[in-house]
Design a protein around this ligand. Structure first.
Ligand code: DP6
Length: 324
């Protein structure tokens, strides 16, 4: 039996990926930096067998059909091609956090699927090759293969667009408090969003200035400089959402409680709390906290009207294989 079970953490981008230079290969318009979210993960089992007539997949207990299944099957094709086999597969995958709500489930899911797929077929890939492979399934999945604080180099070809660790998880005890304001599935998925990005007149400016923000962010992480990190993280998130709002069609992921949390985080920071916000393609707000700040920030976030729950994550390690 060609089977393996693997796990991967989700991640939160501090410098965002939004828009591709090549949609098919998911070569991003700009580099990005993220932190793996320890505790928020996807566990995936892949089984290849000559007895399986067609790829099938179950995600969070539900059988996949249509475009969802086609995306998984297309990713399995990349893995089959690498191994030179044509066996079909069964995929069973489950995440321990809500899908489609601004917590990147596609990142942990395609990272876990990539590692499980290659492990099941006995392939040995370097971390860099695995990251590039995961990127073909979902761009942000490239960043869930390595551990800790991670940078994805945009590259210009498949092989040189991959992510690697800047510093491991234990370098800096940040906490991500995810203020849940909506568990609804997002209206426009990231893949479609990336294809719209270039229609915003602001995207060119965002992409051109990304290297500067990447430098500031990388340095802030290396030096554990929370104030510098907070400024660049909020700026980068706001720039991505400005692009989203000003494209054609216009995408608006924020809901009224999203803004309420952003305003509260600004107030808290002005009052001396070590906290800043960043938001992905959804309404929930990731509130990054400096070491030692999470407990008092969490209490404040829970008191914001419209916040139903606050999830907690600390820096997580790399994707891993479960030994049977
Ligand atoms: C807003 O990686 O989910 O979370 O490659 O189409 O799967 P696909 O997109 P995805 O895009 C992530 C967008 C983001 C920002 C980020 O994580 O960098």
């Amino acid at each position: 039996m060609h089977t393996a079970t693997c796990n991967a953490f989700s991640n939160i981008a501090m410098i965002k990926y939004w828009g591709n230079r090549d949609d098919a290969l998911r070569l991003p318009a700009n580099g990005s930096i993220s932190m793996n979210l320890g505790g928020l993960f996807t566990r995936t089992t892949v089984t290849f067998s000559p007895d399986i007539p067609a790829d099938r997949a179950e995600v969070d207990g539900k059988p996949m059909t249509g475009p969802g299944l086609a995306r998984i099957s297309g990713h399995l094709d990349h893995i089959r091609k690498l191994a030179g086999v044509w066996m079909r597969a069964e995929v069973k995958s489950a995440s321990n956090f809500p899908a489609g709500a601004g917590i990147a489930s596609s990142a942990s899911a395609f990272a876990a699927l990539s590692l499980a797929g290659v492990t099941a077929l006995g392939l040995t890939l370097s971390e860099r090759e695995l990251s590039a492979l995961a990127r073909l399934g979902s761009g942000s999945a490239s960043r869930s293969i390595p551990g800790g604080f991670v940078e994805w180099y945009p590259g210009t070809t498949h092989a040189d667009s991959y992510a690697e660790t800047i510093v491991p998880a234990d370098h800096w005890a940040l906490t991500d408090l995810i203020a849940i304001v909506s568990r609804a599935h997002k209206a426009t998925g990231s893949t479609e969003g990336h294809s719209i990005a270039a229609s915003s007149p602001l995207q060119a400016a965002r992409v051109a200035s990304a290297p500067t923000r990447l430098d500031i962010c990388r340095k802030a992480i290396l030096e554990r400089d929370f104030e510098a990190l907070a400024d660049v993280v909020e700026l980068d998130s706001n720039m991505m959402h400005a692009v989203m709002m000003t494209g054609t069609p216009s995408l608006m992921y924020w809901q009224p409680p999203t803004l309420a949390v952003m305003a509260r985080v600004r107030e808290l920071r002005a009052a001396g709390y070590g906290v800043c916000f960043t938001i992905d393609a959804g309404a929930n707000v990731h509130c990054l906290c400096a070491p030692g700040e999470a407990e008092r920030v969490k209490a404040e976030l829970e008191a914001v009207p419209g916040v139903s729950e606050v999830l907690t994550a600390t820096p997580g390690g790399p994707a891993w294989v479960e030994r049977p």
